[in-house]
Design a protein around this ligand. Structure first.
Ligand code: ADP
Ligand code: MG
Length: 402
């Protein structure tokens, strides 16, 4: 991939696709505030580098899922304000993504100035499955700029107009965020620093089949917790009460257990579980052995013995990849397993990577600093697809010379 270092940008209009899909909160009086500006911060190195080199930087992003409609509460305007604060420079905002209004905003930029376009997904064509519709939108976006820089790693697995089609129309390069995400993923794919330990959790096993299969062929040890563990426990013949269970996948999990055994991969499952009488932060809860989950109770976290066992299984690791919380960390009562894994990774000297939107949110929510980990990926789905060896349209299109 070409890097932005290879580009001559002075005086040029550079259209940057970032992923500024930031969680927003609307107060009862209608004021919108940003609850986590992590993705805006992650986009800064590319934007400020281009601006410092005299480019006229036009940033574009999506926000939420407006599905082709103009949804005022999903406007990127508050993000433009925050971006300006972080850059310490004004950011012009264009209420349209394309057309005369957007062209006017771009024409008003001096060298080194930055503008942000309104939510790309207000236009249906952005995410359309129809190549011609996406292409026509990309044509209009391309009219705004001289150069395209792809830097929205979190959307690089999507064949969207602003991620894929646009790169076919303009000279292009990969931004700093994509470059660093890819170098981390390449290191994880090589996987030559061992022991290689993978921690998997989150809600559903069906979301993670590809990752499990990938790491059965790569990791030395796989630790499983979170909601997906109950399908594994069912595969071992345990009753799981009213825990999250995907009955159709029990057989497949039994296959993974056998496969791990035959391939010499250490599959580590919890030995105790924190069960609750309902799905709530103030539910009645207790710790039971995996063989003793009561009928009407649901497992919402791994137990303290398991947390200790997982921490131990991480202690000699040289590479750790973690995707998916160990329990319902959003409720304090069920955050201990997730905290134990985060703590073990934070105090480890291994190369530690946190992937997955909720996992990244979990470590921050629990008070860990980003610097305590080797890398916190900004892209959940995109990271997993990369690790599964799938082709990401938003990356491969940047590899082709324009
Ligand atoms: P990521 O975004 O990091 O890939 P997922 O989206 O797969 O993670 O899963 C995150 C969600 O899984 C969290 O919201 C968490 O509450 C939920 N979860 C974890 N453990 C359980 C459980 N035992 N039962 C139900 N949900 C769970
Ligand atoms: Mg998630």
């Amino acid at each position: 991939m070409q890097s932005i270092d290879d580009l001559e940008v002075q005086g040029k209009v550079v259209l940057v696709r970032s992923d500024l899909n930031t969680p927003l909160e609307t107060s009862p009086d209608g004021a919108v505030s940003i609850t986590d500006d992590g993705r805006i911060r992650a986009a800064l190195p590319t934007i400020s580098d281009l601006a410092a080199r005299g480019a006229r930087v036009v940033v574009m992003s999506h926000l939420g899922r407006p599905e082709g409609q103009v949804v005022p509460r999903l406007s990127l305007q508050p993000v433009a304000v925050r971006l300006g604060e972080l850059l310490n420079a004004p950011v012009a905002f264009s209420p349209s993504t394309v057309g005369e209004q957007a062209q006017g905003v771009v024409a008003g930029l001096a060298d080194g100035q930055v503008a942000l376009l309104e939510n790309l997904r207000f236009t249906e064509a952005e995410t359309s499955k129809d190549d011609a519709a996406r292409g026509a939108f990309a044509d209009q976006l391309a009219l705004l700029a001289d150069i395209y820089v792809g830097d929205g790693f979190g959307v690089s697995h999507r064949k969207h107009a602003s991620v894929y089609d646009i790169a076919l129309r303009l000279p292009h390069a990969a931004g700093r965020l994509i470059a660093s995400e890819v170098s981390v993923l390449q290191r994880l794919t090589r996987g030559d620093e061992r022991p290689y330990v993978v921690v998997l959790g989150g809600s559903k096993v069906s979301d993670k089949l590809g990752v499990i299969e990938t790491f059965l062929g790569k990791a030395d040890r796989i630790l499983i917790g979170g909601g997906m563990v109950y399908t594994f426990l069912a595969a071992m013949g345990y009753g799981v009460g009213s825990s999250l269970l995907e009955p159709d996948l029990v057989e497949q999990c039994r296959g993974y257990i056998a496969q791990a055994q035959s391939m010499g991969v250490d599959l580590v499952l919890p030995t105790d579980i924190v069960v609750a009488d309902r799905f709530a932060g103030d539910a009645e809860s207790t710790v039971v052995g995996v063989a003793a989950i009561p009928n009407d109770w649901m497992g919402l976290d791994i137990g303290p013995e398991s947390a200790q066992k997982f921490a131990g299984a991480l202690s000699d690791a040289a590479t750790v990849f973690w995707n998916g919380p160990m329990g319902v960390f959003e409720f304090d009562a069920f955050a201990s397993g997730t905290r134990a894994v985060a703590q073990a990774m934070a105090s480890s000297s291994a190369f530690t990577v946190v992937g997955g939107g909720d996992s990244a949110a979990a470590v921050r929510h629990l008070g860990f600093a980003d610097e305590q980990f080797g890398y916190i990926s900004t892209g959940g789905g995109a990271s997993l697809e990369y690790l599964e060896g799938r082709e990401l349209p938003g990356l491969s299109v940047l590899e082709d010379k324009a």
